[in-house]
Ligand binder design. Structure first.
Ligand SMILES: Cc1cc2nc3c(=O)[nH]c(=O)nc-3n(C[C@H](O)[C@H](O)[C@H](O)COP(=O)(O)OP(=O)(O)OC[C@H]3O[C@@H](n4cnc5c(N)ncnc54)[C@H](O)[C@@H]3O)c2cc1C
Length: 348
């Protein structure tokens, strides 16, 4: 059994001081507990062994607010369920609401926080098995997924060191909607564009994101996106219909003119890379184009340019390349027909 100290943070400034403390006294951002749905799993699997954990649940950033310019400010500690079911957010950002509701289960979404969702770790089964090497868990030990079972793994942006994927559904929609992550430390506040928050593995797969160890996520701001509200879709393809992580997911949003031509488009993919995968050049191909399967297929091909299968034999994820391309086309075609608001749990 691994012992640890538990404390409750009641003041952000005092917590930031604690996070900035030198050496052994420091509590870094990976040892904070919000909903606990990921951190406790990692502790139970013996993958992380914090000496101390700090409970964030008495801190203030729990609200979902509408800002004067129409943006939504999602408190880091607001729950995934409260975010997805916020009445104004559902109307204005149906893509985000639907993506959140496609994840996990009702009980987990009631506990899971928005900040924790961004920080959740990969679901790579080799990462989760403390008995095998893993460059993400223990840098320099190797990556058995490269020659192993890679159905859940990356087809774009991978490296020789790691082919893990980021498991979040919420983050795929936040990437498409160009959210901004607001963080704070004793050094001050900073804003991180969503595209720069999560990182590709490169030769440092142990780093999932660009948050410094002494930084706290305070909020996620989603800029005004009403022009996408009428034509958006989140498509999640997985091994079983509920309670499973995406093999491939797509957040798609279109702004159409009166003639049905595309004024602007957003597409992000989940389940295919170490971070939500987006390529603005694929979206640019859609500007001014008719909302047809041919246009969508061109954009899908561009988005998946350079995709590479991983794993061997029956463990190979080669099937994900055509699957992802077709999923992009289907999500865009569904969005073009008009947003279907998700009213329930885990709808595909
Ligand atoms: C069975 C199961 C199925 C799931 N299925 C899905 C799914 O289909 N789709 C999906 O998207 N997700 C899924 N999840 C993951 C779930 O969404 C995450 O576990 C959850 O969002 C994490 O939030 P939390 O508040 O519980 O994080 P915690 O476990 O409390 O924290 C996770 C990490 O975030 C850090 N952290 C938390 N808040 C902050 C902050 N404000 N600033 C800095 N760091 C912080 C913590 O230090 C910790 O390292 C599933 C989880 C489980 C257990």
């Amino acid at each position: 059994m691994n012992g640890f100290d538990y404390s409750v943070a009641t003041d952000v400034d005092a917590l930031l001081q604690q996070m900035a403390a030198p050496g052994a006294a420091a509590v870094d951002a990976s040892k904070l507990i919000a909903g606990g749905t990921n951190l406790l799993d990692l502790m139970k699997e013996n993958l992380v062994r914090p000496r101390q954990i700090v409970d964030l649940n008495r801190l203030p950033p729990q609200a979902i607010e509408r800002l004067p310019d129409g943006a939504f400010r999602l408190g880091a500690l607001a729950r995934n369920a409260a975010t997805a079911y916020h009445p104004e957010l559902r109307e204005q950002l149906p893509l985000l609401s639907t993506a959140i509701l496609a994840g996990a289960s009702a009980q987990i979404r009631n506990m899971a926080s928005n900040g924790g969702n961004l920080m959740q770790r990969t679901r790579c089964h080799y990462f989760y098995d403390a008995g095998v090497p893993c460059n993400k868990r223990a840098p320099g030990t190797g990556c058995p997924a490269l020659d192993g079972l890679a159905r859940q793994h990356a087809i774009v942006g991978a490296s020789d060191h790691c082919i893990a994927t980021h498991p979040s559904d919420m983050c795929v929609a936040l990437a498409a909607l160009e959210a901004v992550v607001h963080v704070r430390s004793v050094r001050g506040a900073r804003q991180i564009a969503f595209a720069d928050f999560h990182r590709l593995p490169g030769d440092q797969p142990e780093l999932d994101n660009t948050l410094a160890p002494d930084e706290l996520i305070e909020a996620i701001v989603v800029p005004p996106s009403q022009h996408y509200a009428a034509h958006s879709a989140y498509l999640k393809l997985r091994e079983r219909l509920s309670y499973a992580f995406a093999l491939v997911s797509v957040a798609a949003a279109l702004d159409l003119d009166a003639d049905g031509r595309i004024r602007s488009a957003r597409i992000a993919l989940g389940g295919v890379a170490h971070k939500p995968w987006r390529d603005p050049s694929a979206e640019a191909l859609l500007v001014g184009a008719p909302a047809t399967t041919a246009s969508f297929d061109r954009a899908a091909a561009q988005l998946l340019q350079g995709a590479q299968a991983q794993g061997v034999g029956p463990g190979s994820n080669a099937f994900k390349i055509p699957m992802a391309r077709r999923a992009v086309v289907r999500a865009l075609a569904t969005a073009a027909l008009g947003t279907v608001t998700n009213t329930g749990d885990n709808l595909p």
